[in-house]
Design a protein around this ligand. Structure first.
Ligand code: AMP
Length: 288
């Protein structure tokens, strides 16, 4: 097996990417580690489309709220590296927090207005500003031709699309479909927190989304009805504490009245101490 090169310093990563760009295209897959098949689907898509693949693993402290799980976030570095070597990843970037955020230099951030304050941005204030800022830093360090993200984090995709467009980042965003367990649960590093009982209860998010999707397929295009359906399914699982249940435009994240032009069904809920998110995209039905 060819080994991936592990790089921790920002300047070494920059140099390696600049050199790789002279030979061909560079892909970046930003992650927080604790890798699962969802992450690996991004890595495989990157491997299939670019000459050099960089995967970053960085549990970014600034995007966690004061009462969130930064300290407890799963860290499985050795297994992660083994998985990435098996996927023939060229570089694994493991930056140090102290170099990413030096004590004397944390005054600049990227604030994508409006979309950052919707969906997860409501209950996680400042989260998307931190995400946009760290992703902008990773883009500048690695200069990717294509950067890969998962549809699983639909609001993050909307924020980063706006950032790339508004700030003219010279790269393409590739958004890969949500990978699920056989029973439908969206794969997530946080699923490790779930007890067996909570794991079963967590299925309600996908059930609610699927029920609304079936109604859509039967011709119901009124967002309010689809939202009511998702709410009703969610309420059947008393242990799930709803954060949001929304039907929105996937780019602006603003609520829509009618889903005929396409829409995003999105849910966030706590099951036990674990916050879970999931979503489904409804296609436009305009030219059927
Ligand atoms: P994270 O490590 O949670 O920050 O995720 C890193 C990247 O993997 C993000 O772009 C996520 O959207 C993506 N990702 C996480 N879970 C999944 C999944 N189940 N399917 C596809 N992509 C995912």
């Amino acid at each position: 097996m060819r080994r991936s090169e592990l790089i921790t310093s920002i300047s070494a990563m920059s140099d390696a990417c600049r050199e790789a760009k002279q030979r061909g295209t560079v892909a970046l897959v930003p992650t927080m580690g604790a890798l699962h098949d969802g992450h690996l689907s991004l890595v495989r898509a990157a491997r299939a489309s670019c000459d050099t693949v960089v995967v970053s693993i960085f549990v970014n402290p600034t995007q966690f709220g004061p009462n969130e799980d930064y300290e407890h976030y799963p860290r499985t570095l050795e297994e992660d590296i083994e998985l990435l070597e098996r996927e023939h990843v060229n570089f694994v970037f493991l930056p140090h927090t102290e170099e990413m955020y030096p004590k004397n230099g944390t005054s600049t951030s990227v604030n994508v207005l409006s979309v950052s304050e919707r969906l997860d941005g409501v209950s996680r204030p400042g989260h998307f500003r931190a995400v946009a800022t760290v992703v902008a830093k990773l883009f500048h360090i690695t200069l990717p031709d294509v950067a890969f993200f998962g549809q699983k984090d639909a609001a993050q995709v909307a924020v980063l699309r706006s950032m790339v467009r508004d700030l003219n980042f010279p790269l393409k965003l590739a958004v890969c479909p949500t990978m699920r367990e056989p029973d439908g649960l969206a794969m997530s590093s946080r699923n490790r927190y779930l007890t067996p009982i909570e794991r079963a209860q967590s299925l309600v998010l996908y059930q609610a989304l699927s029920e609304a999707q079936r109604e859509f397929q039967r011709g119901i295009h009124e967002a309010r009805k689809l939202r009511d359906t998702m709410m009703q399914v969610m309420q059947r699982e008393a242990s799930a504490r709803i954060d949001y249940v929304e039907v929105v435009d996937p780019d602006t994240l603003l609520p829509v009245n009618d889903v005929s032009d396409g829409a995003l069904l999105a849910i966030a809920a706590h099951v036990g101490k674990t916050r879970l998110i999931d979503n489904l995209l409804l296609p436009s039905t305009r030219n059927e």
